[in-house]
Write a protein that binds this ligand. Structure first.
Ligand SMILES: Cc1cc2nc3c(=O)[nH]c(=O)nc-3n(C[C@H](O)[C@H](O)[C@H](O)COP(=O)(O)O)c2cc1C
Length: 186
């Protein structure tokens, strides 16, 4: 297991009582080259491909942006352990057409409140002020716009603020596809 994976597993374990430790920021690039950043929920790490997995909506900007430019960045801070991970990632999107088993599994893990968000209507469209967002649809099956994003990790910049001096290290893949790491000046 690469060193960053061991660290991340430990950070998640040490922060498991803190729900906010499962949120990270995902930055993509718009078609006019403006970085677009937002918070998403970490679902799991797919260790076979070293991908951070999140669920989302194909009608959202991030889906369109990753389709045009798969290179993206993740920034994740664990406040309890005072550690920051910055991942350069390559995003790939999955829908019920491309991976029905994955979609069904992730949909089945969502609470009713989580599922409802997918039936409020087209994200980012204008909304009459205070208009209620009632959901009467059958929520047992994922709608076709429900998607899974796999963010395949390309490199890691880790920073720990514990201790003085701070500790920072880079992790990247060498020419043979093996992970290598190097402590660097913070
Ligand atoms: C704590 C928190 C968790 C969120 N988790 C997700 C998520 O897992 N997936 C998602 O698509 N949006 C999530 N959102 C909403 C996004 O931050 C964003 O507002 C929305 O997806 C639209 O983004 P886009 O238009 O840039 O694609 C979350 C927001 C917050 C504040």
């Amino acid at each position: 297991m690469p060193g960053w994976n061991q660290r991340l597993t430990k950070s998640l374990h040490q922060s498991k009582s803190q729900p906010e430790s499962r949120y990270f920021q995902l930055a993509t690039l718009t078609d006019d080259l403006v970085p677009a950043n937002r918070t998403v929920v970490f679902r799991y790490l797919e260790e076979a491909s070293y991908s951070l997995v999140v669920v989302s909506d194909t009608r959202s900007a991030k889906w369109q942006e990753l389709a045009l430019q798969p290179n993206a960045s993740v920034c994740w801070y664990f406040s309890k352990t005072r550690e920051q991970y910055r991942f350069v990632v390559k995003g790939e999107g999955f829908t019920v057409d491309s991976d029905p088993a994955l979609i069904h599994k992730q949909w089945s893990k969502l609470s009713d409140a989580g599922r409802k968000q997918y039936f409020w209507g087209q994200p980012a469209n204008p909304r009459a002020s205070d208009a209620p967002l009632r959901v009467t649809s059958d929520m047992s099956e994922a709608p076709e716009h429900f998607c899974v994003l796999k963010l395949k990790i390309q490199s890691v910049d880790y920073l720990s603020l514990q201790g003085n001096p701070q500790y920072r290290e880079k992790h990247w893949l060498d020419g043979n596809g093996d992970w290598v790491s190097q402590p660097i000046i913070p």
